[in-house]
Design a protein around this ligand. Structure first.
Ligand code: ZN
Ligand code: ZN
Length: 466
């Protein structure tokens, strides 16, 4: 039952028991819930209807409950919340834009056009359509109807998702080529198509709003939308598949779901839910050696599992002895456990702790010298884990860092196809472009050399002054 329906029932109950304080209290709680029930994507029309329902019920209730009674005092306490909701809706309505949109010469309005979803839309398609309607309302002041394919109607379609209308409109879309994130934006005369698969359909809507209608989501708290002006759009035939598979920032305020999906971030730290297309999930995200083989659990019995530095095995600020076969076996078992514990994750990080102190035992040193880099022992270790797991978990990628002492790629070893290298630019100067600053020359060489040997190369970039 909707809160409004409950409120109607409670209004009737108040009629029967106008002196009951507990009834008045229950009524107030329910009315407050109706006032608050707004989904951020509800339209002004929906909000107005809800407010009017509460207003009508409240005026009836105030007539039914005699003034001066405790029950009436209880009712009167509702007024501040009611007035706040009324004022906030009035402000929202006053702030709506008056933009006009013209598509291939035809004005686009809520009376001429309708947002059209497939009959059985995915959660992403539904959310994309609601986001489109929400933003179109903020831009134009008009609430566009949303309908499904089989509902028909005369309105010109603004198609969102895998609609059956695509064929009728003569707009073929190769969904296979789009993958999870590719988007297609097409016009067919005054009709518009915004589509894609999982995250792609959302990205089609956001790209249309951003690139064609000037919407900007600068921060979670700062959205800038045009209020006036005419957008004259010609024919659009745009297909785009993001070249970068993983897109994230490390700023905590880039994690809220709406902001992240509108800006097409998909990293593990974002709060993207199913409706917002989900994300690429890591289990154990960077600097994982200590989690993999905890020194507090193993060091006393097996100091040889850990870094030898200046002839001494380290317990604190340590790394792993990557050429020790027992370390490899323990690591494989632990990653297997991580996979079982995090079935939604597809990336599992096997990467050095966030300090130096790599192992200088004779075996590790010999391998690093042969490979010309400490990344040699690391990639051999990570490859062995990836090999051990690839048959059981073909969708799992083992992720590692090329960071500080492992930044330079190995001479001979090649990361396996199910290994991802995350190369870190922490030493670079960002006051100048990578290629024009001699200070950055070794990094430029490293990025080129990793790119030659990696199936997947991610960059952990740092934005700061040099
Ligand atoms: Zn070693
Ligand atoms: Zn510089």
């Amino acid at each position: 039952m909707q809160p409004q329906e409950v409120l109607v029932a409670m209004t009737a109950a108040l009629d029967r028991q106008p002196d009951s304080v507990s009834m008045a209290k229950a009524y107030r709680t329910m009315a407050e819930q109706c006032l608050k029930a707004a989904d951020p994507l509800d339209t002004s029309v929906e909000m107005r209807a809800r407010l009017n329902a509460v207003a009508a019920s409240l005026s009836h209730a105030r007539e039914a409950v005699p003034s001066g009674t405790d029950a009436r005092k209880e009712l009167e306490q509702l007024m501040p919340a009611f007035e706040a909701a009324r004022d906030s809706l009035a402000q929202r309505e006053a702030a709506l834009g008056h933009c006009r949109i013209v598509l291939n010469g035809t004005p686009v309005s809520a009376t001429t056009h309708a947002v059209v979803l497939p009959d059985d839309p995915t959660p992403q398609e539904t959310h994309a359509a609601r986001e489109l309607r929400h933003h179109l309302e903020l831009l134009t002041g008009e609430v566009f109807p949303i309908r499904h394919d089989s509902e028909g109607g005369d309105a010109t379609p603004i198609v969102v998702g895998h609609s059956a209308l695509l064929e009728q409109l003569g707009v073929p879309v190769d969904y296979n080529a789009l993958g999870l994130e590719g988007l297609a934006i097409r016009t067919a005369g005054p009709a518009l198509v915004l589509t894609g698969n999982r995250r792609g359909v959302l990205y089609a809507v956001y790209t249309f709003l951003e690139d064609y209608l000037g919407c900007r989501w600068f921060t979670p708290d700062c959205t800038q939308l045009p209020k006036i002006g005419t957008f004259k759009l010609g024919a659009i035939n745009r297909t785009y598949v993001p070249p970068l598979e993983y897109r994230a920032t490390d700023y905590p305020n880039s994690r809220p779901a709406d902001w992240a999906v509108r800006n097409k971030l998909n990293g593990t730290q974002t709060e993207l839910d199913e409706a917002r297309g989900g994300k690429i999930s890591y289990s154990h995200f960077v600097h994982t050696f200590n989690a993999l083989i905890p020194p507090e659990r193993y060091f006393d019995e097996h100091p040889e599992y850990f870094s030898e530095v200046n002839g001494k095995r380290l317990r604190d600020n340590t790394q792993l002895c990557l050429t020790n076969p027992q370390v490899l076996q323990l690591a494989i078992e632990q990653v297997r456990q991580w996979i079982k514990d995090a079935p939604e994750a597809t990336f599992f990080s096997v990467s050095q702790n966030d300090w130096g102190n790599y192992c200088q035992c004779p075996n590790c040193t010999a391998l690093a010298e042969h490979e010309g880099s400490q990344s040699g022992p690391l990639i051999e270790f990570v490859n062995a884990i990836a090999d051990a797991l690839k048959d059981d978990y073909p969708n799992v990628t083992i992720d590692t860092l090329a960071y500080q002492y492992t930044r330079k790629p190995p001479k001979y070893t090649r990361p396996r196809p199910n290994v991802c290298v995350r190369l870190c630019s922490i030493e670079c100067c960002f006051a100048h472009p990578l290629e024009s600053d001699p200070f950055n020359a070794t990094f430029v060489a490293d990025i080129r050399d990793w790119a030659k040997i990696c199936n997947r190369l991610y960059i952990w970039d740092y934005t700061r002054e040099g």
